[in-house]
Design a protein around this ligand. Structure first.
Ligand code: HEC
Length: 248
């Protein structure tokens, strides 16, 4: 009767002993026993060329302690000085032709002028309203004039301190804004000032965008032709509600 169960029990007891007898290097990789490169030992990362066991790969997202292998902006939308500076080398792919300067003018007016001013001299609507709100610097100083296109693009992409990110502006339009800003800085002749009146929409402005608040809403009041004045009033009220709802 002892036969079978005794044999199994004995086998269970023997298992750890057997494992322990195996080559610890292969079975266990703890701090004490781990693949390592000994003094004068040739290191290889592919195990073919060298005589060491390659070490385990780095965890995803880790960066080498000896330096950053990729530019900071490639892994970050952070708004630190470091990220913006890392964008400085990114080349501007959009030629500053008439089309680009026109789109840049519109997009600058819509997104930047309130803070930086129509002429980018820092005298935006906010400062005119109350000097205490005049937080945005002039962008036509020699300092900003000397910045690279990539740096200015980076300010829009990531934002910095009190300047929010304008990453919602389509990428190509952000380059158009860079080109336009170069115009305000004196490199190209450009038109200045508002491109429309508040609330104006339609083809005369920037046109359709896949990112909402960048451009004036393409909302148009629905046609009320043929419906009674009462229904028209109701439709108008509903439309107004829908319109303001998006901005709250
Ligand atoms: C809410 C106000 C505000 C708006 C809108 C705004 N900015 Fe700014 N901008 C700032 C502030 C504040 C700073 C200073 C940030 C800092 O120094 O860290 C700044 C800094 C900058 C700088 C850096 C200048 C330099 O030489 O370092 C650039 C370039 C710039 N803005 C471009 C733009 C563009 C282009 C737009 C439109 C897409 C825009 N800004 C919209 C507030 C604004």
């Amino acid at each position: 009767m002892i036969g079978k169960s005794f044999v199994r029990g004995a086998a269970m007891l023997a298992l750890p002993v057997l494992l322990g007898a195996c080559n610890g290097d292969l079975w266990l990789t703890d701090m004490k026993q781990q693949p390592s490169v000994g003094t004068w030992q040739k290191f290889s990362s592919d195990s073919l060329g060298g005589d060491t066991i390659p070490f385990r790969g780095n965890p995803q997202g880790s960066v080498p302690t000896t330096g950053v292998a990729v530019a900071s902006w490639q892994v970050s939308y952070g708004s630190g000085v470091f990220q913006i500076d890392s964008l400085a080398g990114v080349p501007n792919p959009i030629a500053a032709d008439a089309r680009s300067l026109e789109v840049g003018h519109k997009a600058y007016q819509i997104n930047c002028a309130v803070c930086h001013g129509d002429l980018a001299d820092g005298n935006g609507g906010l400062r005119q309203l109350n000097p205490a709100y005049g937080i945005a610097p002039s962008l036509i100083t020699p300092m900003t004039g000397a910045r690279t296109d990539g740096y200015i693009f980076g300010m829009m992409r990531n934002g910095r301190n009190l300047m929010p990110s304008f990453n919602r502006i389509p990428e190509s339009v952000r380059w158009d804004i860079v080109n336009y800003l170069r115009g305000l800085q004196g490199r190209y002749p450009v038109k200045t000032g508002p491109v429309g009146f508040p609330g104006q929409t339609g083809a005369a402005l920037l046109g359709a965008s896949n990112v909402g608040p960048t451009v004036p809403s393409t909302y148009n009041k629905p046609s009320t032709a043929g419906i009674t004045p009462k229904a028209e009033k109701a439709a108008d009220g509903a439309a107004k509600e829908g319109k303001s709802g998006g901005h709250e």
